[in-house]
Design a protein around this ligand. Structure first.
Ligand code: GLN
Length: 288
């Protein structure tokens, strides 16, 4: 590599081209995020320093990351970071990478509990399948009156979520429980929320490589993708206060099926909320 190619701008251009050839969706963005990570600067700072030369160590570190990204390892696993609800979260392989669509679920839970926040009693929320803790942490950071019981079957997920809670200083608002859904849960809650695994098992075989890098235990929703909705709604009523709400993230084509799952178990369906792409994403039930 000649000297010119060691500049920030040139490295980004070459790397983006490489990632594009490897089939990455957003090659330029990925190249920038990874270089910013190696240099310990923001993406804006990269732009202010496009002509800046890099030293050999920086170039080597960057090359390794670009190579791994070319193998379609998700950017968040390479940087160990993912922003969710404006919170900087740590993520690692073995834990689902939080998605922006899930912020809709957080907003809905906050809206449903708004009237009770700031009153004498804290508002208790159960988050089933917390993963990196994204939902639980966003809720806890929203109000000091919120208490979350955050559950996951995966020890790696719980470890990550606890680490994130400490980093964000909300560890005292969240109780972490290793549990297969309600198995080890007690108490009653104003809201039960969950982003359960909802991809049909068969579809897992044909996913883009980035998704295969994520844990199947966080994605695999059984034969029809709906298995966890049935399991959650079978038991939710006995863990709810009155009135209590259930707020669930769903796959784009699962709105009608999940509504029916709740209604056949006696829940009142309130709404199905579309995401920014106009696709069904969150279903809300009430238990009276
Ligand atoms: N939102 C993920 C995806 O389809 C799925 C997450 C899940 O199964 N809960 O990319």
């Amino acid at each position: 590599m000649n000297k010119l190619q060691h500049s920030v701008g040139e490295l980004i251009r070459l790397s983006a081209q490489y990632l594009s050839e490897k089939g990455c969706d957003s090659p330029r963005l990925d190249a920038e995020v990874l270089l910013a990570h190696v240099l310990g600067v923001s993406r804006v700072e990269l732009y202010l320093n496009l002509d800046k030369p890099l030293n050999n160590q920086e170039v080597d570190d960057y090359r390794i990351l670009i190579g791994r990204r070319g193998q379609r390892i998700p950017v968040a696993y390479l940087t160990g970071r993912k922003e969710f609800y404006s919170l900087p979260l740590t993520v690692q392989p073995g834990v689902l990478i939080p998605r922006p669509e899930t912020e809709l679920l957080v907003e809905k839970v906050i809206e449903l509990t708004a009237d009770f926040l700031g009153q004498k009693d804290p508002v208790s929320i159960l988050d089933l399948g917390t993963g990196s803790g994204a939902i639980a942490l966003a809720l806890a950071c929203e109000s000091s009156s919120i208490r979350v019981t955050a559950v996951d079957i995966s020890p790696t997920a719980l470890q990550t979520a606890e680490h994130n809670a400490e980093q964000l200083g909300v560890g005292d608002q969240i109780r972490f429980v290793q549990s297969d859904l309600f198995e080890n849960v007690d108490g009653t809650y104003a809201v039960i929320c969950s982003n359960p695994p909802y991809i049909p098992s068969q579809e897992l075989l044909n996913l883009q490589p980035e998704l295969s890098a994520e844990p199947a235990v966080a994605l695999d929703g059984g034969e029809d993708g709906l298995i966890f909705y049935g399991r959650i709604m079978d038991q939710a009523a006995s863990f709810l206060k009155q009135p209590g709400f259930v707020v669930l993230e769903i796959g784009w084509d699962q709105g009608d099926a999940v509504r029916e799952i709740g209604e056949t178990r006696g829940f009142q369906w309130l709404e199905t909320i579309p995401d920014y792409a106009g696709l069904d994403r969150v279903v809300v039930f009430q238990w009276n």
